[in-house]
Design a protein around this ligand. Structure first.
Ligand code: HEM
Length: 486
């Protein structure tokens, strides 16, 4: 037996127990706060070991860039998830896809269709139309804000991914997608399934006592496969009839004689727009409403800018974007204040590495503590304060770090939907503030102040809150309802 000696020490970290390592140290509630404490105690790179798996937590922008970006050939894999990835099948969607040829093919697809601001401009009209529908829904039923945000995010993505226009309620694809997405968070929750800890259980036959997870996996797999295939077939049928509107899928299929592998890649890339883009965008837009409820002065400034630039007679459009610097700063502050992915998406290391004199073994999971990077008091003055002005140059003072440097991830895995996300959040912000006043609700004469609480999860959402949403004026209602086609 050859016992391999570590070439260098592991990075520092909390000391584990024999056999189980740091299993008890692994935080389950707001892990980003525990990771921040580790950073303060042990430095920018922390190491723990949980049941034989090495986990590296990064707490600075500099180190994260040096590892995940500059050494991206080593640091771009994803962990294998026996339940959610293998058995249910999520490993074929881009956020979970292992590094390799198929990964590069999907990324090329994304790059071609939504890889730049100019490419995404093609979908501006879709964004505007769908956001106007959002305003209408909010006006009609303001107390169902969260549902409207979710429905609209799904509608925007399905229009762009498949040229599919969703129904106002009970849409089959939205229902299917919501089921698939709910299943994935259950299937990938750490520690929820024994098979994730003991992967050999995947080989146990489904009838075996205790193998109920296999039946569950089969059921979830069917939902997922239907969600991936049904919209794809919808586009193919439309293309055959010559009536397919432009979309991510039709754009990639147009005039191509596709191999089975290419067809598969288009189908799963298109679905990856939904899996990567719906829940994340929902979290950001919902937290915009939370911020506006809590910080009326910011809201007033934003509205004053819109009123001065756009005026009362029309809704803002993407054409106004460059003339609205305060709104731009507000969107940045939303992305910083509610960190949508507080602990990023984990990257996996494909080869042994030595970094800053520390040994990073092959297979390690690397977790960037994005939350701390966006709340580090050395980078952001009073980080807990919601203050868009930190992003505007003033009196010779440089703006603070652009949150997009870190909030969309790193290296070859950086969010490929960044321009689309940006467009969706921007247009929702500017159109909503043009026509609505958002404030605290008053119940029995008492003003209710929502708690600022972000729930745990890879994608973190603000805890559900109440707010009052009222039209700003009669003209505003006219604008929302202006066009019968919308
Ligand atoms: C507020 C909105 C969004 C945020 C904060 C966000 C953030 C992220 C982050 C942090 C990652 C992981 C990057 C890494 O591994 O280092 C990611 C990956 C991804 N995002 Fe986004 N995202 C958003 C919106 C979108 C949208 C609108 C789409 C698609 C239309 C999208 C599609 C994806 C996909 C497919 C991946 C996986 C990429 C890969 O693994 O190679 N995201 N996103």
């Amino acid at each position: 037996v050859v016992i391999k000696k570590n070439p260098k020490p592991y990075p520092p970290g909390p000391r584990g127990w024999p056999l189980i390592g740091n299993v008890l140290d692994m935080p389950r509630i707001k892990p980003w706060l525990t990771f921040t404490e580790w950073g303060q105690k042990y430095g920018d790179i922390t190491h723990i070991e949980v049941l034989g798996r090495h986990i590296i937590v990064l707490n600075s922008v500099k180190t994260t860039m040096e590892m995940l970006d500059s050494k991206s050939t080593l640091y771009s894999d994803r962990p294998v998830l026996p339940m959610g990835g293998e058995l249910v099948g999520w490993k074929d969607s881009l956020p979970f896809l292992p590094y390799g040829d198929r990964f590069r093919r999907y990324r090329r697809n994304f790059h071609r269709v939504i890889g730049s601001r100019a490419a995404v401009d093609v979908y501006n009209e879709t964004e505007e139309v769908e956001t106007r529908r959002f305003l209408k829904r909010v006006l009609a039923k303001p107390d169902q804000l969260q549902e409207h945000v979710r429905h609209t995010a799904g509608a925007v993505i399905l229009r762009i991914s498949h040229g599919y226009e969703v129904k106002e309620s009970n849409d089959p694809f939205i229902d299917l997608a919501n089921r698939a997405i709910t299943n994935v968070s259950e299937a990938t929750a750490p520690g929820a399934f024994m098979v994730d800890i003991l992967p050999f259980l995947a080989k146990v036959p489904a009838w075996f006592p205790g193998a109920g997870f296999k039946r569950l996996a089969r059921e979830w797999r069917e939902t997922l496969e239907e969600m991936v295939s049904a919209p794809h077939k919808f586009v193919k049928d439309q293309m055959a009839d010559g009536v397919a509107p432009m979309s991510f899928t039709s754009n990639l299929m147009e005039g191509c004689d596709m191999s089975a592998e290419e067809d598969y890649a288009v189908k799963w890339s298109a679905f990856s727009l939904y899996s990567g883009g719906s829940d994340t965008t929902v979290s950001a837009i919902y937290s915009l409403f939370l911020a506006m409820t809590l910080f009326p002065d910011v809201q007033k400034k934003a509205q004053a800018e819109i009123d001065a630039v756009v005026g009362p007679d029309r809704l803002p459009t993407f054409a106004d974007r460059d003339s609205l610097p305060y709104i731009d700063a507000l969107v940045k502050e939303v992305l910083r204040w509610n960190v949508v992915t507080p602990t990023g998406f984990p990257h996996c290391v494909t080869e042994d590495d030595i970094h800053d004199g520390y040994y990073i073994p092959k297979g390690s999971l690397v977790i960037p503590n994005v939350w701390f990077m966006l709340n580090n008091p050395r980078t952001y003055a009073n980080p807990s304060q919601f203050n868009p002005e930190r992003f505007l140059a003033k009196d010779g003072k440089e703006p603070e770090m652009e949150p997009r440097t870190v909030c969309f991830g790193f290296g070859r895995r950086i969010c490929p939907g960044i321009h689309l996300a940006d467009a969706s959040i921007w247009i929702s912000t500017v159109m909503s503030l043009a026509v609505f006043d958002i404030s605290k609700v008053v119940e029995n004469g008492v003003e209710i102040t929502p708690e600022v609480e972000f729930l745990p999860g890879t994608v973190s959402h603000p805890k559900a809150f109440k707010c009052s949403i009222k039209r700003r004026s009669a003209t505003a209602v006219g604008l929302i309802e202006q066009d019968a086609n919308y």
